[in-house]
Write a protein that binds this ligand. Structure first.
Ligand code: PLP
Length: 425
């Protein structure tokens, strides 16, 4: 066991903050970062991050394989990004108009992302997908939106997976299909009426929380493009979670399939708050017609950080670095799974890995596994894909594997060995 994996961990400061939070924040915390959704070994509050490591408010250190659920792609406090942000902050951030850096960022994105001829900026992924939907509706004069069942495109009513407090009417015009099943897309289009479909949303691969991940079938991607062309609907790629982790020019570039519109956020500024909707020429006029804005949408600091991030991603060969670290992690987990005779399923691209335990319906094994890993210094998630960053070194992965070794031991201890000899399925 490494020193990090064996270190004694306390929770004094975290528990005190949780008690105060319970009085002034609904449920003590809300949304996907609520530690109530996680095993007890997770902290709720964090103090700082550097590279691939984070420290909680009690000073406990972790190798972070959640990367703030995606934004951290170059590592926490990346020098180039933070210098660019600091230089812009010296000049100003939220001014009475945007900085020139907005044009620079739009030029960079439209030169990097192959389908894009224009860019609009906002604050987060929900803004970006909403901008794409409004643009598609304005362009087509139609209301219908077709999306994969169980996919998440933001907390807005049309894609909210738990739409409490949202009237059913807000979800009218939404039709669903099964990822990678073109016939089901056709059925959804038929249900909507082909002449009523404004947009077909898709993610680069199936990355729904709580499910094994599914890479896209190239025939599905091509079929989706052809179907959108035949009915005159916009193909919208939701790059919010996977953007720039798979390909610099757009996640489906290797397949030769280009969307009309794409939504970006999370990783495009290495943790600084910004979202972007990108579009092709045919949708420029419609994008110019919609009214969309926000008090903080024009902040110059995140834009400067985004320029520095996107530049560094290619200059520093970030995708190759994430793939290397991700492969080391996947191989190590496969080895440990066999050694401990605990069967696992590893799905998704190695730089956005997902781990599940066959037959683990209520996530009991996954929760024990991830809770134990947290207690030994590695942040994972039992029901959501993990993320690699370009800052994860071989040593970081070794340290994470020391924690997962303890986690496998705990799962085998509580649930016993699986029958399969090699431990993987
Ligand atoms: C694929 C996808 N789309 C959209 C969103 C919404 O992004 P945000 O939380 O920044 O609004 C997310 C967030 O997790 C996402 O994963």
């Amino acid at each position: 066991m490494t020193e990090l994996a064996s270190r004694e961990r306390t929770r004094t400061a975290d528990n005190a903050l949780r008690a105060r939070a319970a009085r002034v924040i609904p449920n003590g915390m809300y949304g996907h970062l609520s530690a109530r959704l996680l095993p007890a070994d997770y902290p709720q509050f964090y103090d700082r991050g550097r590279g691939a490591r984070v420290w909680d408010v009690d000073g406990n250190e972790y190798v972070d394989l959640m990367c703030s659920f995606g934004p951290m792609i170059l590592g926490y406090a990346h020098a180039g990004v933070e210098q660019a942000a600091a230089a812009q902050r010296e000049h100003g951030d939220t001014l009475s108009g945007p900085g020139g850096v907005m044009v620079e960022l739009a030029e960079l994105l439209t030169s990097r992302v192959e389908h894009a001829d224009w860019a609009m900026f906002a604050k987060n992924g929900t803004d970006a997908t909403s901008l794409c939907l409004a643009t598609a509706r304005a362009a087509t004069g139609r209301d219908g939106v077709v999306m994969a069942r169980g996919a998440y495109h933001g907390w807005a009513a049309w894609s909210n997976l738990r739409p409490i407090g949202m009237p059913a009417q807000d979800r009218a015009n939404v039709y669903t299909y099964t990822y990678n099943d073109l016939a089901s897309v056709q059925r959804a289009v038929d249900e909507a009426g082909a002449g009523n479909v404004a947009a077909v949303f898709v993610s680069p691969f199936r990355h729904d929380a709580g499910h094994d991940q599914e890479l896209v079938d190239p025939a599905f991607a091509r079929g989706l493009r052809a179907l959108c062309d035949s009915i005159g609907a916009a193909l919208v790629m939701d790059e919010v979670r996977a953007g720039f982790r798979l390909h610099h020019g757009g996640s489906w570039e290797p397949l030769g399939v280009r969307p009309d519109l794409s939504a970006w956020s999370k990783a495009i500024a290495n943790g600084h708050p910004i979202g972007a909707a990108l579009g092709s020429e045919a949708y420029r006029a419609a994008a110019g017609q919609i009214f969309a804005t926000g008090s903080f949408w024009y902040q110059a600091v995140p834009m400067a950080a985004s320029v520095a991030t996107i530049t560094a991603l290619r200059d520093e060969n970030a995708i190759a670095a994430m793939e290397k670290a991700g492969q080391q992690l996947r191989d190590g987990i496969a080895r440990q799974s066999a050694e401990h005779q605990v069967a696992v399923l590893q799905t998704g691209p190695v730089q956005m890995p997902n781990l599940s335990f066959p037959g683990d319906e209520n996530f009991a094994k996954a929760s024990l596994f991830c809770g134990t890993a947290a207690a030994h210094g590695a942040l994972l998630h039992p029901r959501h894909n993990w993320f690699l960053s370009a800052a994860h070194t071989s040593d970081d992965i070794d340290q994470a594997l020391a924690a997962t070794d303890e986690a496998f031991r705990a799962v085998r201890g509580q649930f016993g060995p699986d029958e399969s000899k090699d431990g993987t399925r």
